[in-house]
Design a protein. Structure first.
Lengths: 287, 295
């Protein structure tokens, strides 16, 4: 028997080692595109064309690509636009969605039922089914395109349904009414009760929604491309797109631009891995 | 009436403070344009002129006669089916491998998820470099014919490069959801099965797979809707090329409206896309619920 279990142990170890090897090989394959971009962002064009894999270069490594990309894609401006638009949109979504979800859960009136049903149903509408009339209304009729505020307004509107839906589920199951009644009896207004008692209790859900919305707003291309037509308003994805079109033959500079574009979010990921992964899973499972 | 006020006046005040602002923004951005879209399909608007002429159902007739649209929709269906199957197969296997106490499994999970943090525009550009330069160079130095010319220049290979990038990106995301599913499985049941002599394959088929149905439903729903609406990667990886052979339906609709300035027909085609997506999602949720109850 002892011998048998030892054989079983070896078999398990062999299986584990095979699994580890398979996962490692796949992992390297998954990472290769990133590694190649990073490596070539430091190389001269000639060396990239000769051999994009090689660590040995004829002309050595350079930081020139970065200087050029940083300057030519107006990185600081685009980063600032992305930061402002993502930040304000996320703030607005979190405040407006939590308040609406709170009202929907506590006042089960006709208004709540109608809007909650509308929001739930709207989640299956593809963006493509809205974008054309959206441009027609906000562009041709209201003439408010080419403002960052318009994009913030639209981001907020599109993110509303999912955010309300997730908040509503949490408030319904996790926030006891008795707490609010106690605060109310202590003389708090409704608004005070919400921001001092209820909103702090929503923190885990708020964290999930901040992560989901920040990722979506930061990386969005299609909506910003329809709303922002002026270069000085461009977000990072827009300026990357424009830059790639202009410099597509200048590989080193392009690679540097791609690294610059993804760096902010990857640095954030380095510090907030667990929160981001938990948030993404919670968001997918709850909606 | 809950805690939102006992008197009607007070409740209306609370409604205006709490629910109205968010609902107005939502209505103005989602509901109004969606409804207005139906009206647009009845006009011949070109995006520039102030006047719109009502043309009745002419745009819908044009949709049915637009061979380009239907072949693009067909291509999208093919892309969706292949991508959904591959993404979920890879994600499921990864999740299975990374919940067995493998060394460094958290590191691997973090790494496989990384592509999902980056926007499709950038991912498409990264892979454009890989397909059009790196692999060609690799083909030249190894003499492997399959890489001798850029995949993006060949209609069939360009389609598969779209699939590869999609699988590369989404499998890490779906892996996380399957991992959450695996972690939620009761170890008692699995151990009991092992003691009863169930082999690995039997355990997978009769215990793990049925218990994972909720995870499958979430992942299928997610990959389906993502794949149907893919635009960014399509735009920056292939741009619909070569010869417009990889133009998925989202890009087709975009060009119909904004490039060809045919807003009415473009919007009618967008609505057809909406109906297709709604039917598939509805059917899939229905089947998932049914299966869940049976299991």
């Amino acid at each position: 028997m002892a011998r048998g279990s030892k054989v079983g142990g070896t078999k398990k170890r062999v299986l584990d080692a095979t699994g580890f090897l398979a996962v490692t090989v796949l992992f390297v394959l998954y990472m290769i595109p990133f590694i190649l971009v990073l490596l070539n962002s430091f190389k001269h064009k000639r060396d990239i064309i000769t051999n994009p894999f090689s660590l040995v270069t004829k002309k050595g490594y350079t930081l020139e690509n970065y200087a050029k990309a940083f300057d030519k894609m107006d990185f600081l401006k685009a980063f600032g636009n992305s930061f402002l638009i993502t930040g304000l949109s996320t703030l607005l979504v979190v405040v407006l969605a939590s308040m609406a979800a709170y009202y929907f859960t506590r006042a089960k009136d006709g208004f709540s039922k109608v809007f909650f049903a509308l929001m739930s149903a709207s989640m299956i509408i593809p963006f493509q089914a809205i974008m054309i009339p959206l441009v027609s209304i906000y562009g041709a009729q209201l003439q408010v395109l080419n403002h960052r505020a318009t994009l913030i307004f639209m981001h907020t509107g599109f993110a509303m349904s999912m955010s309300v839906f997730i908040y509503q589920g949490f408030i319904k199951s996790g926030i006891p009414i008795s707490l609010e009644e106690a605060a109310y009896l202590d003389g708090c207004t409704k608004l005070q009760t919400f921001f001092q008692v209820v909103f702090p209790l929503l923190k885990p859900t708020t964290a999930t929604l901040v992560i989901l919305n920040v990722l979506a707003f930061w990386n969005d291309y299609l909506l910003p491309s329809l709303v922002l037509g002026k270069k000085n308003l461009y977000t990072l994805p827009l300026s990357t797109y424009l830059f790639y079109g202009t410099y597509s033959a200048d590989y080193g500079v392009i690679m540097a631009a791609l690294v610059l574009t993804v760096a902010p979010i990857l640095i954030l990921y380095l510090f907030l891995q667990k929160q981001i992964i938990d948030g993404v899973v919670a968001g997918a499972v709850k909606s | 009436m809950g805690t939102m006020g006992r008197k009607t006046g007070e409740r209306i005040k609370n409604l205006c403070i709490f629910a109205l602002p968010g609902c107005l923004v939502f209505g103005a951005v989602v509901i109004v344009p969606f409804l207005y879209g139906f009206y647009l399909t009845l006009t011949d608007w070109d995006g520039v002129r102030k006047v719109k002429n009502i043309v009745g159902f002419a745009n819908y007739t044009a949709v049915f006669q637009d061979a380009g649209f239907w072949s693009s929709l067909g291509l999208t269906l093919k892309y969706v089916v292949i991508s959904v199957v591959l993404v979920n197969a890879v994600a499921f296997l990864l999740a299975y491998a990374l919940t067995n106490g493998l060394k460094g499994q958290n590191f691997f999970r973090t790494g496989f998820f990384t592509p999902n943090l980056i926007g499709g525009v950038v991912l498409g550009f990264i892979w454009q470099f890989v397909f059009s330069r790196v692999l060609v160079n690799f083909g030249e130095s190894t003499g492997w014919g399959i890489f001798s010319s850029s995949w993006l220049a060949d209609p069939n290979k360009a389609f598969w490069s779209l699939v590869i990038v999609t699988v590369w990106q989404l499998s890490g995301y779906m892996m996380l959801i399957y991992i959450a599913g695996f972690t939620g499985l009761s170890t008692d049941v699995l151990e009991a099965a092992s003691i009863d002599g169930a082999t690995g394959f039997q355990r997978m088929k009769s215990i793990i797979l049925p218990l994972m149905v909720p995870s499958f439903v979430i992942c299928l729903f997610f990959t389906l809707s993502r794949a149907f609406m893919v635009y960014d990667i399509n735009l920056t990886l292939t741009g619909g090329e070569p010869y417009g052979t990889t133009k998925l339906v989202a890009m087709f609709v975009y060009e119909k409206a904004f490039t060809a300035r045919n807003y009415g027909v473009g919007q009618a085609e967008a609505l057809v896309l909406f109906i297709v997506v709604a039917c598939i999602s509805g059917l899939q949720i229905y089947l998932g619920k049914k299966k869940e109850v049976e299991a």
